[in-house]
Design a protein around this ligand. Sequence first.
Ligand SMILES: NC(=O)C1=CN([C@@H]2O[C@H](COP(=O)(O)OP(=O)(O)OC[C@H]3O[C@@H](n4cnc5c(N)ncnc54)[C@H](O)[C@@H]3O)[C@@H](O)[C@H]2O)C=CC1
Ligand SMILES: O=C(O)C(=O)Cc1ccc(O)cc1
Length: 367
Amino acid sequence: MCCLSCGFIGLGLIGGSIARALKENIPQIRIIAYDISAETLRLALHEGIVDSAAPAIDESFSDCDYIFLCAPVKRNDANLAAVKKVMKPDCLLTDVGSVKSGIHEAVHQAGLDECFIGGHPMAGNERVGFVNSKASLLENAFYILTPTSSVSQRQLEAYRSLVLKMRAIPLILDYRKHDYVTAAVSHLPHIIASALVNLVHDRDSEDGIMKMVAAGGFKDITRIASSQAVMWQQICLSNTSNISMLLDDYIKALTAFKEDLDAKKETALYDRFEDARLYRDSFINASSGPIKRSYSISVEIADKSGALAHIVSLLAGRGLSIKNIGITHNRESDDGVLKIEFYEERSMTEAAGLLKEKGYIVFLLLL
Ligand SMILES: NC(=O)C1=CN([C@@H]2O[C@H](COP(=O)(O)OP(=O)(O)OC[C@H]3O[C@@H](n4cnc5c(N)ncnc54)[C@H](O)[C@@H]3O)[C@@H](O)[C@H]2O)C=CC1
Ligand SMILES: O=C(O)C(=O)Cc1ccc(O)cc1
């Protein structure tokens, strides 16, 4: 891909991560960006992620082969009108919004159907802004493309290739289907996580004992409740009917669970947990599934100098490469739990055996 030129309107967590992935994987690329935050643009220039920063959505975008709308969804309408005035006829316009119906309607109103393919990287986290962006955010994540019926196969194929260059996995979907699917696997989970956190907040005693003892399971399923409220408010307001319909189904499922619980139906309760376990495990085992398999162990360590270095040198001595390592101090005592992630199962098993041999308390984290 020679002299590809990409423009970004909004360079936060997602725009920044895409720009980084493109810069990392297509050295000849030219990237221009506009963001209302001058500090973001300064930083992106300083890091060499963008080649030029525009003071507004102006003529400097008129050479772009792709323009990515990556500002918060509510800002995209105004930005779309400004982009329309400056983009070249064969520019491919895209966005990164979590809901696709609104932008498809706005693009249609603007008469831009022939050059628009919606985009949605199914990757992110609870952080915001360019400072938190990273190329690896997109790695092996599904990147959904929602072409209008007017874009050509050639444009779609070119965008697919660009997504592959970002090391993401392109998946083409009708935009209405996208909104239904993401309501179930992304939007509804955020409502559930927030409702559960709010429940614990309301039901906790004054000494905050629930908050204090909240264990891994609670933290796992509520991590996303730490996301930006305004983004999820906007997602709920844009994908209301799909989310509401699935929320009805979910409330029915909870009610059925409660009925089995109140009636102490042993078999029915077992079946509900077992069915969920089997289905969830099938997600993990699918190589292209949404949940990446992780090969991690936890090791209990005393909080003394040298404890970490001792473990690292034992593993290095066996040639076991560590992908990630971190300590959590979640005990009343000063001791901590070291979580070590490996690249593959064999290293995980070998490391666990070695550390056990040396007297460490080790657990495999089968995620
Ligand atoms: N955060 C996530 O995990 C994911 C978010 N998305 C979608 O990506 C979009 C952006 O989200 P994030 O990157 O997370 O937000 P962010 O807050 O990290 O970034 C937004 C950027 O847009 C800039 N901005 C605000 N108003 C602007 C305007 N009028 N013109 C130009 N720039 C403007 C901000 O200064 C900021 O740099 C959202 O629509 C969201 O639905 C999609 C996938 C994952
Ligand atoms: O933090 C997480 O796991 C997310 O759910 C990230 C995310 C947020 C919004 C999206 O539209 C897609 C992915």
